[in-house]
Each structure stands twice: as C-alpha cells, then as structure tokens.
Design a binder for this molecule. Structure first.
Ligand code: ADP
Length: 271
C-alpha cells in the first residue's frame, strides 16, 4: 500500500513548517500584506484551509501566532485585557490582542463576525495606518511592534445579513477569498494529512464534489476538506471507506434521517 507522510509530500518546506498546499497566489498575497503592514481578511467556507494558511504563513514569516476563536460572547475586554484581583491587589492582565501587538505577532481572529460589536472599535485604529491599540482601562496607547499583523476570517456562507462586517471595518482590510481546493490539490491534502492511498484520496474527493453539488442549497455546511481528512484518517485506522464516510461526513453534516439517507446513497454510489 502506498503511504506518504505530510513531510514527504511537502519536501520543499523547511523542518517544522505546518503543511499547506496552496490554491493559488494566497501565500504571496499574505507575504506582501505583511511586508506592507496591511491587515488581511480571509473569506471562505468552514474547513477549507483558512487556519492552516495562517499557521503556515506565521511560521514562514518567523512570527509568533496568537489565535482567537471568536464567539458571540467575546467582548473587547476579552481581546484587550482586564484588571484582575489577586490577593487584595489589582493588576492589569493583557488579553491576546494586546500580547500580539506588544510582541509583533500575527493575531488571527477566527470567525470575527461572531464577536460582539464593541470588538470592532478596538480593531479600527490597529487596522489602519495608525497601527495603534488604545487600552482604555489603563490609558495606554500602544504602537504595534514591527512584524505585527492582524488577520481576520469569516465564512460568508452562513452569515445572516445583520451579522456581516460593517463596511467601515472591512474596507480597512486586504481581502482574500478561499474556496475548497481544486481536486488534485485536495487529493494531495487528504493524502498528506492522513497517510491514505492515492486511490482512497481520489474517491473521497470525488465524493466531496458530488456532495457539494447536491448540498449547496439544502445544508448549512457541506463536505469540507476537514471532513475528508477525518474520513481518510478513519480509513487508515481500519474502517472501510463507506463506514468512515458515514461517521465523518454524513452524520457530521446532518441530524435529519431523510437527508442522511440521501447523503448515504451518494456515498454508496461514489466510494
Ligand atoms: P478553516 O480554518 O477554513 O475552517 P482549517 O484550516 O482548520 O479550515 O482546515 C481544516 C483541515 O483541513 C486542516 O486541519 C487540514 O488538515 C486540512 N486542510 C484544508 N486545507 C488545507 C491546505 N490547503 N493545506 C493543508 N491542509 C489543509
């Protein structure tokens, strides 16, 4: 059985660099945005490689990476920091964004539209020419250290209109659109991330394409590269492709019995 590790498939990469198979010019754009001190907005469906791209580029640019997964309760104070009371003393504790600004790190805010509206207020002066973070509670105005870069991502697919980014926010960012990779690239990713065979990867990618055509309008999410990698890993662990797809793809995508049955039929037909 033919097995390839991520390292073998990405031989050109230096030791320790997270594997990322590019879809086009995104690595160059990222590099240039960083060199030009511009913030970056990455758009794309769930599981298409946004986070991996940021991890790869942070390592390539030699910058520390601070990642924050945004949720609907995330406030500006969670990003910037707050006063903590310890043993009767009050001391200031930097939040992840402040740490990144001081260190000159890449700060990645994943699914930024989920965060509370007050967070965008602190992002604005950081995302334009000022590159400053005002810390209201301490009265500090921090200049971003060299190398600092703000990267935000969101999935335009399932945002309701109210939730989208405000034009005044998004116009501060250089935008980059990712989608699911082309079949050859996706096969390479599935092999590299799981160690499955070329044949198994080809079948899984064929399945994803069939499901993406079918589910485009019915489901909130469709078969992502992440789900294919999970199915491939289960296959390497000993499940049949069909069993792996049922667990990692079909049941992961829907709770509805009828939809699951329809998806399972596609699995039977394709893998
Ligand atoms: P997103 O942030 O868009 O939701 P991720 O970057 O977390 O998605 O990707 C999910 C998984 O899919 C990764 O952990 C990786 O295994 C795989 N993956 C997706 N795209 C790529 C890619 N271009 N190169 C390498 N791995 C990828």
């Amino acid at each position: 059985m033919e097995m390839l590790s991520a390292r073998q498939l990405s031989r050109e990469l230096p030791e320790g660099l997270p594997f990322y198979a590019s879809q086009g010019q995104e690595c160059r754009l990222f590099e240039q945005a960083h060199a030009s001190r511009l913030p970056l907005l990455i758009k794309g469906p769930t599981g298409c490689g946004k986070t991996r791209l940021v991890e790869h580029m942070a390592a390539r640019l030699g910058r520390p990476l601070v990642t924050v997964s945004c949720h609907d309760d995330l406030s500006a104070a969670d990003l910037v920091g707050r006063h903590l009371i310890a043993g009767g003393d009050t001391r200031w504790c930097d939040g992840p964004l402040t740490r990144a600004v001081r260190q000159g790190a890449i700060c990645y805010l994943d699914e930024v539209v989920e965060a509370r509206k007050d967070t965008t207020v602190v992002l604005h002066p950081l995302a334009d020419d000022r590159r400053q973070l005002p810390i209201e509670r301490t009265g500090e105005l921090l200049d971003a250290a060299p190398g600092f870069m703000l990267v935000i991502s969101y999935n335009p697919g399932y945002q309701n209109l109210l939730k989208g980014l405000k034009p005044s926010t998004r116009q501060r960012f250089v935008a980059l659109s990712l989608d699911y990779p082309a079949p050859e690239v996706e096969q390479r990713i599935v092999r590299a991330e799981s160690g499955c065979t070329a044949e198994q990867a080809a079948r899984l990618v064929r399945l994803a394409q069939a499901l993406r055509r079918l589910t485009e309008h019915d489901l909130e999410e469709t078969a992502s590269t992440r789900l294919l990698v999970m199915a491939a890993r289960l296959t390497v662990a000993g499940l049949t492709l069909g069993e792996a797809c049922r667990a990692a793809v079909v049941d992961a995508l829907t709770d509805d019995a009828e939809t699951a049955a329809a998806l399972a039929e596609v699995v039977l037909a394709v893998v």
